[in-house]
Design a protein around this ligand. Structure first.
Ligand code: OAD
Length: 242
């Protein structure tokens, strides 16, 4: 069985990393137009660096939770049965990797990487960023930015993502509000391809009604149970279109 999973901030919430649109989420406290757009960065790069520096520091003390680890188990279990997990995340943290998933597609980039706006090089980065830092490759200062996707920028790996999505047997969305496209549209693409769809989230997402199956509660409880069902063969997946 080939399973395509899309994750969002909700899967990392119980690891202590905040979500965006919940009551206490980042976008309730900060303006995304100032902190997560190319114009915002041009106008106030210090503020943008500070926002992502704080998130990078929080990530260092965060640990993967039972949901991340269950997906690591799922990837290995599917491979042992001749199947495959395609894990696409909107998250910029590295908790899936630390939870044991070997192949993670970060469509919104990675917090532990920085990119130079002058030469384009993306490089691993674990420390604070600032405007006066020179690029480790071209040595020019003023161009270093977090290697993340901001609003109005194109998410990464889209061809690879759609190729994997349309050949999967099951599409599962975990911990995402369904508010941001193109990720929010994956469920419709899956349905059009006749693929069964399942949502696992704390509350119904914005496109909850589109899913064939819905499970609501904390990811650390629901995801391990769901993975056990898949790996025990309890859950048989058939295409929606015969
Ligand atoms: P959101 O903050 O929009 O949604 C988080 C979802 O997780 C909500 O639907 C919550 O109900 C759910 N949730 C919260 N705690 C949970 C838990 N313990 N278990 C399960 N679910 C839980 O975050 P995303 O959907 O990831 O993009 O946001 C998508 C994109 O919008 C982000 O990648 C980011 C943001 O702006 C950029 O910055 C470009």
């Amino acid at each position: 069985m080939n399973i395509f999973i899309l994750t969002g901030a909700g899967i990392s919430a119980e690891s202590g990393l905040g979500t965006f649109r919940d009551k206490d989420g980042a976008w309730a406290k900060f303006d995304p137009m100032k902190l997560a757009t190319p114009q915002g960065f041009r106008r106030a790069p210090d503020d943008v660096h500070h926002f992502y520096n704080m998130r990078r520091r929080d990530l260092k003390t965060a640990q993967p939770n039972a949901a991340h680890c269950a997906l690591g188990r799922l990837e290995a279990g599917l491979a042992a049965r001749g199947g495959e997990l395609f894990l696409c995340t909107q998250n910029i943290d590295d908790l899936h990797e630390r939870g044991g998933v070997r192949r993670v597609i970060h469509m919104h980039g990675e917090l532990l990487k920085a990119r130079c706006n002058h030469c384009g090089l993306a490089t691993e980065w674990h420390d604070d960023l600032s405007v006066d830092l020179p690029c480790p490759d071209c040595r020019r200062a003023g161009g270093m930015r977090p290697h993340v996707v901001w609003f109005e920028e194109m998410p990464m790996y889209m061809d690879e993502i759609f190729d994997a999505l349309v050949v999967s047997d099951l599409f599962v969305s975990i911990g995402t509000s369904g508010a941001v496209y193109p990720a929010a549209g994956f469920v419709q693409t899956a349905r059009s391809a006749g693929i069964r769809t399942c949502e696992i989230n704390l509350d119904p997402s914005e496109n909850a009604q589109v899913f064939d199956e819905r499970r609501y509660g904390p990811a650390t409880e629901l995801v391990p149970t769901w993975v056990d069902e898949i790996l025990s063969g309890e859950m048989r997946v058939t295409r929606r279109r015969a």
